[in-house]
Design a protein around this ligand. Structure first.
Ligand code: ADP
Length: 373
């Protein structure tokens, strides 16, 4: 105890000394006593190490709300000395430099003509620190996702030019110097051409995936029949090559971005023809009403997808087959999922009765918001 402490104050000091919760006494802006619980909380074994110090000296320079600790403590202690009882959260620094978060109650006490302030702490650090750690982890994850996305965009964009050069010049070499090349060299140049074509396809898919990060243009009523017609016409070459039969039931109007919806349907229709060993690949598009939405199905008579893989195939770059079996980049379904989810819908896979696969996705019906269409 301070040698100058008056007998009346001494009574309070003895009282708080027994108290199990952290308690301190302040005279002016300085601590004149701290009970064992308070000293334990801040990690000061020696009582004299706390006495005579100000709360600001035992706090970080700024509180979480951005206010400097020194100014804030002066203002709050001033109000307590004027007779107010105050309750607020405060961050202290322990003797070891760790942040300790406490719920503080300041109560004015008049002792022997002297205005002192009783300060009671309740530690809330555990919960707050967990919240803070979770927030920091989320922020770090969002930052790292942004950086990765930026990296992918830049890498994909900057890779395009050198790739085009490699591709053009190996094609030239192959054409112009074919006769001078040995059989082995011809095989190598074919491998280089195939490799660079594949890399170009990957880079283009990556770019189209990262472009989907841009804010979605406002959704407008879209006639899904015209989406189907456009996707079918874009796939005309493929349909001819494979002899596929493509059919669609009556298709409704939905709310969406036309270009992106064509991308979704085209990817699914193309996969239906590609992952198909039947002599006549068939792809059928149907729609059924589900509350405020339309649920579309794109079914095929193809090779099917095992139940264990039905979630995975929506992951970026995930493929169930080798390039030799079925060429591809593994981004098509990731793009479909991203577009559908950005439209407020969901996408999933089910088996079809005769084998094959059925991809389902939902989109908001246009007449929910725009009647008369
Ligand atoms: P890609 O076709 O370029 O490989 P996707 O993302 O479109 O990429 O498809 C991912 C994987 O999902 C494919 O490699 C394939 O294994 C499987 N898949 C997609 N559509 C079908 C389908 N209709 N039938 C069977 N398997 C499919």
């Amino acid at each position: 105890m301070d040698q100058n402490t008056e007998p009346a104050v001494e009574f309070s000091l003895n009282l708080i000394g027994q108290w199990p919760e952290p308690m301190l006494l302040l005279d002016g802006e300085r601590f004149i006593d701290a009970n064992p619980a308070a000293r334990r909380l801040l990690g000061y074994g020696d009582r004299s190490a706390l006495l005579g110090r100000t709360p600001a000296e035992l706090s970080p320079a700024f509180q979480p709300d951005g206010e400097p600790s020194a100014g804030k403590v002066r203002r709050l202690l001033g109000r307590a000395r004027d007779g107010e009882t105050l309750r607020f959260e405060w961050v202290h620094l322990s003797a070891g430099g760790q942040e300790v978060q406490v719920d503080v109650t300041l109560s004015p006490i008049r002792q022997g003509g002297r205005q002192i302030v009783l300060c009671a702490w309740h530690e809330i650090g555990g919960l707050k620190q967990a919240e803070r750690a979770a927030r920091l982890a989320n922020e770090a994850l969002a930052r790292s996702n942004r950086e990765l996305k930026h990296f992918a965009e830049v890498a994909a964009h900057d890779l395009q030019t050198p790739l085009r050069t490699i591709s053009q010049f190996t094609q030239l070499l192959h054409r112009e110097a074919l006769n001078q090349l040995s059989e082995q060299a011809r095989q190598w140049s074919t491998l280089i051409m195939d490799g660079s074509k594949r890399m170009q396809a990957l880079v283009e898919s990556l770019l189209s995936y990262s472009r989907l990060e841009a804010p979605l243009p406002s959704l407008e009523p879209v006639d899904f029949r015209s989406v189907f017609e456009e996707a079918k016409s874009n796939l005309a070459g493929r349909i001819r090559e494979t002899g596929a039969e493509i059919c669609a039931s009556e298709l409704p109007w939905v709310l969406g971005n036309r270009t992106q919806l064509v991308q979704v349907l085209q990817n699914l229709m193309e996969n239906g023809m590609k992952y198909n060993a039947s002599p006549t690949p068939r792809v059928a598009i149907t729609a059924r009403r589900e509350g405020d939405a339309w649920a579309f199905s794109v079914s095929d008579n193809g090779i099917g997808i095992a139940p264990d893989h039905r979630e995975q195939v929506f992951e970026m770059f995930l493929r169930l087959h080798t390039q030799q079996e079925y060429p591809g980049t593994g981004i098509g379904l990731a793009i479909c999922r991203r577009i559908v989810e950005r439209h407020g819908g969901r996408i999933w896979i089910e088996s079809t009765e005769g084998g094959g696969s059925a991809f389902h996705f939902t989109l908001v019906a246009a007449n929910v918001y725009a009647t008369g269409i």
